[in-house]
Design a protein around this ligand. Structure first.
Ligand code: SF4
Length: 326
């Protein structure tokens, strides 16, 4: 179980004079959502749990909360994102209880290969450990930079799958703390600097450069598959933090200027299954950058990010990761 600080939540809800709330949760925190709902109900607050899986702070169910007559929305697992909301929202990030310093100390030899001046980043799960990690590395003689990031992130040093602004500081290399490949590959591509990923759970250290190369090769193959496409579906999402309507319209215009047919498509949850039956040769997703990448195996038509489309149209040479800035 993650820490929920349920008493603090209750206090905030009482300040809001909330009588009914909607709780949103990612897949991994369903049990915590149930526990919280039970706790709040026992304290006189009617609690509804959203059964829709939530992937990020970019997808608040505030419209649904309002429609259901809820006085507040509780969002588990992610951190604050500045969005225009219809009901007050309480964020409860899920912080991991794992000692990051142990993994750093085990991998000091590898970290030294990054150089003396290093950028330090992580995901929200480990953000509370970042200062400890910084102090440890400074004692070991490193100059550690923790970037503030732009308005889309909540904490200095935090990266999202769609935003690596906190990693873009003056440094020789980047040290990422966390599990999984997507974030460190994004960091390596966004900064174009040597990137070392340290997994605090397993204690393993991985140089991300090879992964990044493999990633780019796969994406070039996807771009190549779209070379002969004439009709493009350009998709954006109605999820508040993924709606990039202005950029999607620019992409439609760009395609038309290059002699292609293009149609804007708007949907909430983007999946190929929901698009089957449309007569498009290829798609461009102008929403969460993870959608055309993570889910590519399930698409029977080529699916690109806006930056990849620019390569296809000959407007860009170098591969660039799609980011949503704030
Ligand atoms: Fe995460 Fe995608 Fe939302 Fe960015 S847009 S916060 S990567 S789910």
């Amino acid at each position: 179980m993650h820490e929920l600080h349920e008493r603090e939540v209750l206090e905030k809800l009482r300040e809001l004079n909330a009588k009914r709330v909607l709780i949103q949760t990612p897949e991994g925190l369903k049990k915590e959502a149930q526990y919280l709902a039970d706790f709040l109900e026992k304290n006189g607050i009617e609690s509804l749990i959203s059964g829709d899986i939530n992937y990020g702070a970019c997808d608040p169910a505030d419209r649904e909360a309002k429609m259901l007559g809820c006085d507040a929305l509780i969002h588990l697992g992610h951190s604050y994102m500045a969005l225009n909301l219809e009901v007050p929202m309480i964020f409860i990030p899920a912080f991991a209880k794992v000692d990051v310093v142990k993994a750093l100390s085990k991998n000091l030899g590898e970290i030294k290969k990054l150089g003396k001046k290093i950028a330090l980043v992580t995901t929200v799960q480990h953000i509370r450990e970042l200062n400890k990690a910084k102090e440890f590395l400074e004692k070991e003689g490193f100059e550690v930079k923790v970037g503030k990031g732009d308005g889309r992130v909540s904490f200095p040093g935090q990266v999202l799958g769609c935003n690596f602004s906190a990693a873009k500081v003056e440094a020789e290399g980047v040290l990422f703390i966390g599990a999984g490949y997507f974030h460190p590959v994004g960091v390596a591509l966004a900064t174009k600097k040597p990137t070392l990923a340290i997994n605090p759970y397993s204690g393993d250290a991985i140089w991300v450069d090879k992964e990044a190369e493999r990633f780019i090769r796969k994406r070039w193959a996807q771009i190549a598959k779209a070379y002969d496409a004439k009709k493009f579906g350009v998709i954006t999402s109605t999820k508040k933090g993924q709606l990039r309507l202005g950029e999607a319209r620019k992409i439609v215009k760009l395609l038309k200027e290059h002699g292609k047919d293009a149609q804007l498509i708007v949907m909430n949850h983007i999946s190929y299954q929901a698009l089957e039956g449309f007569d498009f040769d290829a798609y461009v997703v102008v929403a969460c950058p993870r959608v055309p990448i993570d889910d590519v195996e399930n698409w029977r038509k080529p699916v690109l990010t806006p930056r990849e489309l620019e390569i296809l149209l000959g407007l860009r040479e170098d591969y660039e990761f799609d980011e949503i800035t704030g």
